[in-house]
Every structure is written in C-alpha cells, then in structure tokens.
Design a protein around this ligand. Structure first.
Ligand SMILES: NC(=O)c1ccc[n+]([C@@H]2O[C@H](COP(=O)([O-])OP(=O)(O)OC[C@H]3O[C@@H](n4cnc5c(N)ncnc54)[C@H](O)[C@@H]3O)[C@@H](O)[C@H]2O)c1
Length: 350
C-alpha cells in the first residue's frame, strides 16, 4: 500500500505517520507539505519526517499530479487549520482548504487512488444551542475556516464512487501531545496556562460547548477510513468523529485541568462577547460504523500527557499565547520577515 499524507508536517501529521508506520510496516508513506511549521518541533528525538519514505515540499495550490503515481490512499490534512488564520487570510483559506482540496481529489480520482480521507471539522455546525448535532443537522459555518470545510465536503460528495471512496471525518477539536505541538487549541492552552503560571484565563465566559478528541484517537479514525469497505457507509461518507462523553463546556475543561494541576486558579472573562461557536455533537453514526476504532484516551490522560510533555521541555512561558506555539503567530512572523507573501507563498530568497 502507498499512502500519501498531505500536511504531514503539522500538529496531527507526525502522530498519524507514526501510527501508519506501525500499522502498515511495509507501506510506502509519502508526505507533502509546505513546511510552514517545520521548525515547531517539540520532539528531542528524530525529525518526525524521518518516518516517511519520501517527503515532498510544495504548495497544495500547485499540486504536481506525478506525486500520485501508484498511490492507493490519501489522508488530506494540509490546510489552514483554525479560525484566527482563516479570519485574517479569508481568500487564501478558501484557495488552500477548498479549491486546492477539490483539485487534489480530481487528480487523485484520475490517477486511480481508491481511498480519499478528508480532515473535516465539527466546527461546520457553528452555533447550536439545542440538541447534539448529527450528520443530518443543518450546517451553520460561522467562519471562513468552517465554510472551507463545508464547501469541500459538498463538492467531494458527487465525485465519490465505488472506485473512489471518500470519507470526510468531521473531527472534534483536537487535544494532546504531538511532536509539533499547537497551543492554540482549548485544552492544550489550559494545560499550558496551568503549567506555566498556575493561572487559567478563559477568553470567553466559559459556557460554549465543544466536543474534543485526543490526536491518538483521531489517527485511529483515519486508519479506519483508509480501509473501510463501501458497504459500510457508501462511497461517500461524512461522519462526526469523537465520542458523546467528550462534549464539554469550556469551563468544565478548565476545571478538569485545575483539578489535575493543584493550585491552579481560573479566571473567566465575564465581560467577553459570547463566543457564538458553541455546539454539541452526536457520535452515534461513528460508533456504528467504526466499533473497533472508538476513542480510547480520556480527558485525564490527555491532561497528564500534555503536562508531562510540557514539563519535559521545561515549559515556563506565561506569554505563550504570543509565541510560536500559535499557528497564526508563526505565519504572521514569517510574513513580517518577508519570507511569506500575502498569499502565504514562500518568497524566493537566497
Ligand atoms: N487540530 C484540530 O483540532 C482539527 C480539528 C478538525 C480538523 N482538523 C483538520 O486537520 C488538518 C490538520 O490539522 P493540524 O492541527 O495538524 O494543523 P496544522 O496547522 O498543525 O498543520 C497543517 C499542515 O498543513 C500544511 N499546509 C498548509 N497549507 C498548505 C499548502 N498550501 N500546501 C501544502 N501544505 C500546506 C502546513 O504546513 C501544516 O504542516 C487540517 O486540515 C485541519 O483543518 C484539525
């Protein structure tokens, strides 16, 4: 089996690569990434990309079809990965996350790739105060990022066939330790606050609902999607990935972290504008479709692994919300230094 992982040099990619390398020791793993966050490694061991057989550096917006020769499956992670970047670079987000994804899928289908796994997001439910959202619920994308996921799914669906299986995994918000850590994710942020300064500052009023999932469980879902039979869900399947027990209110997450790291104070921004992005999600379909690949890691373990990972780095940066652990900060700095242009393309310099 030959598997292409786009966006393999981000937060999720290294954990996915490690998992696939263990699950399919004889597979050829190919990575394709722009390398925006290449330097943001937290691993003291090998460069995570040493685990792929071939690494391409390139832009999804000019994806070379030759890369697809002999590829059986694609896990498509490459993209602008959060709302703050999407808000600052709206058109770029649509170009990379939507148009380039559809272009990749077209080339993949033509090249005979049989399985296309798309990293979608539950954020497409946007704001939903009532019951938990199912895959049939109305979508309410509130941001450019969420819209890019909706448009991509919409255009992928008619492309799917018995010979070109498409699985759109609508992921909960990720958490947990990886070799390219992000701290712009809610649980990771809270643990980093507690480790650095024993003080969690919640930027909202703490009430929004957010389903979460550990990265290790995300990659197990991707593994399932690569190999699922089309009798299980049809040629196109969009499925919420997470678990019912992992629907949390933001303030519950902060409290769980404060319990795990004693002496931590929580402060809430009572005057904050209500965060409109609030949704609970129903994971019944995923439970039925992938009974052997259900999430296993619990919240306590996720907090523990983040705490010990950060401590092993000697992490003490109380100002980390302004550091290279934030994806937007990295891109902004690269731009300010003249290394990326306003379309987030590398500037050719010596
Ligand atoms: N982390 C989450 O909570 C979460 C939840 C749901 C879905 N997802 C999706 O999973 C995917 C991966 O997320 P992540 O947390 O690893 O994000 P990340 O930002 O850490 O990684 C994204 C990777 O994509 C690469 N990339 C971006 N634009 C590119 C381009 N034009 N060409 C080539 N490579 C490009 C970046 O260099 C980076 O290595 C994203 O598509 C994201 O939307 C993530």
């Amino acid at each position: 089996m030959k598997i292409l992982i786009t966006g393999n040099m981000g937060y999720i990619g290294p954990t996915l690569t490690k998992h696939l390398r263990a699950a399919y020791p004889n597979a050829t793993l190919v990575g394709f990434d722009m390398g925006y966050f290449g330097n943001c490694v937290t691993s003291k061991e090998i460069l995570p990309e040493c685990r792929v057989d071939v690494q391409y550096f390139g832009d999804m917006r000019q994806f070379p079809a030759e890369v697809l020769n002999g590829v059986d499956a694609i896990v498509h992670l490459a993209g602008i990965s959060n709302d703050p970047i999407g808000n600052k670079f709206e058109e770029v987000t649509l170009d990379i996350n939507y148009r380039a994804s559809i272009d990749l899928a077209k080339k993949a289908k033509e090249a005979g790739v049989r399985s296309f796994v798309f990293a979608s997001s539950c954020s497409m439910y946007g704001s939903a105060d009532d019951s938990a959202r199912t895959e049939k619920s109305v979508l309410n994308p509130l941001t450019a990022y969420a819209k890019s996921k909706v448009y991509t799914e919409r255009d992928l669906e008619p492309m799917a066939s018995e010979r070109f299986k498409v699985t759109s995994l609508r992921f909960s918000t990720a958490c947990g330790w990886t070799e390219r850590l992000r701290l712009d994710l809610v649980l990771n942020d809270f643990v980093a606050c507690a480790v650095a300064s024993k003080k969690i500052t919640i930027l909202s009023d703490g009430t929004p609902w957010r389903p979460l999932i550990n990265v290790k469980d995300m990659v197990r879902a991707m593994d399932w999607a690569i190999t699922r039979e089309t009798v299980n869900g049809g040629p196109f399947l969009a499925v919420n990935v997470g678990s019912d027990e992992w629907n949390y209110q933001v303030k519950d997450l902060a409290e769980a972290v404060a319990r795990a790291i004693p002496g931590t104070d929580i402060s809430m921004n009572k005057n904050a504008q209500p965060d409109k992005r609030s949704y609970r999600v129903n994971f019944e379909l995923f439970k039925k479709a992938a009974p052997q690949h259900q999430p296993k890691v619990n919240l306590t373990e996720s907090i523990r692994e983040l705490k010990s990972g950060l401590e092993s780095l000697g992490f003490k940066d109380g100002e980390f919300r302004n550091s290279w652990y934030m994806r937007l900060k990295v891109l902004t700095e690269l731009q300010e230094k003249g290394l990326l242009n306003n379309k987030l393309q590398w500037v050719k310099i010596a």
